[in-house]
Design a protein around this ligand. Structure first.
Ligand code: MTE
Length: 315
């Protein structure tokens, strides 16, 4: 039995607090009445209601408390500490925003936030795991990346997808000053078939609302079978390429972070095991909450993407 089950509609009471459940019932009613209401991004970003139809996977686990998911993470543009993204992203302005999709595409295009919000938004409750050993269960709101790629009509020569985060030292304190922990912009990449897998989404929200700055407002990548660093935030450019793109963590520490970064309990990080993980907020922060890590984070349906590959060499 896989540790999750595919769903059409989930009883929200299984995984969300009652307030969110009531809100989701309203959303379902809206959907049944013909057409889902779309939030207007001209409203303030961050904590703005963002209706979406239920549509993902229910890992049959408790969602991580929102307060934990929005206060403990990595976003080095705001600093290297786990509390920095929440504490130091207040000056960041996710509006207005544009996302350019270019490269090996028949119809390259630039999308504003209204256009991104007009894609069919779904709530996807995904298990997430960081290479550092912590994990969370997060109700994302977004749409399949493949829907965006379809719009620009990838050419036959396109084999990979490169992603790039905004550079704004004036709004991102981690990009100013003498110590620069990473080269900017933060960049990531996927093989085209990984990018087009139905589990891969561009997220515009979490916990029923638009993304907070610290979690990658206004648009970020979510790939639930890969370690958290693949989930590039505040994306301004997506480029279809023929060659495998450079990725930030692979460039900075190639012996520790590969291009693929699939969650794999059998391939240890050179400095620590990947066999177990600690679920943030689940009754004990670190140490008291060890659980086994699952291959591909439990999303077995992606295994075919890697058939015949040596996942020890391609870590
Ligand atoms: N995206 C950018 N632009 N900058 C970053 O430093 N950190 C990554 C990823 N995306 C990062 C980023 C890492 S290491 C992790 S673990 C996740 O964001 C954590 O954030 P999340 O919990 O919101 O997914």
């Amino acid at each position: 039995m896989p540790p999750y089950r595919p769903i059409i509609a989930i009883p929200g009471s299984e995984i969300t607090p009652e307030s969110a459940y009531l809100q989701r019932r309203d959303i379902l009613r809206l959907g049944a009445a013909g057409g889902l209401a779309l939030a207007s991004p001209s409203l303030a970003f961050g904590a703005t209601d963002l209706p979406a139809k239920p549509g993902g996977y229910d890992p049959q686990e408790q969602a991580t408390p929102e307060a934990d998911a929005t206060s403990y993470n990595n976003f080095y543009e705001f600093g290297t500490g786990k509390a920095d993204p929440a504490a130091k992203s207040g000056d960041f302005k996710p509006l207005p925003w544009t996302l350019t999709v270019d490269g090996l595409a028949g119809k390259p295009a630039t999308f504003d936030l209204d256009q991104l919000m007009a894609f069919e938004l779904e709530e996807r409750i995904y298990r997430m795991r960081c290479v550092e050993g912590w994990s969370m269960v997060i109700p994302w709101i977004g749409f399949p990346l493949s829907a965006l790629l379809d719009r620009v009509e990838p050419l036959a020569s396109a084999k990979y997808v490169a992603f790039e985060t905004v550079v704004r030292p004036e709004e991102m304190p981690g990009q100013r000053g003498a110590f620069q922990p990473l080269p900017w912009p933060y960049v990531e990449g996927l093989r085209l078939d990984e990018a087009r897998h139905p589990l891969t989404i561009l997220s515009l929200g979490m916990y029923g609302k638009t993304l907070p700055n610290q979690n990658g407002a206004p648009v970020r990548l979510v790939v639930p079978w890969k370690y958290g660093f693949k989930g590039i935030k505040s994306i301004v450019r997506i480029t279809l390429t023929e060659e495998q793109p450079v990725t930030t963590w692979n460039r900075s520490a190639p012996g520790e972070y590969g291009f693929y970064a699939n969650v794999n309990p059998e391939v240890d990080h050179p400095r620590w095991s990947q066999a177990t993980e600690n679920r943030v907020g689940g009754g004990g922060f670190f140490g008291s909450n060890d659980r086994p890590t699952l291959m591909f984070n439990g999303y077995d349906e992606v295994a075919g993407l890697y058939a015949g590959m040596d996942l020890k060499a391609n870590y």
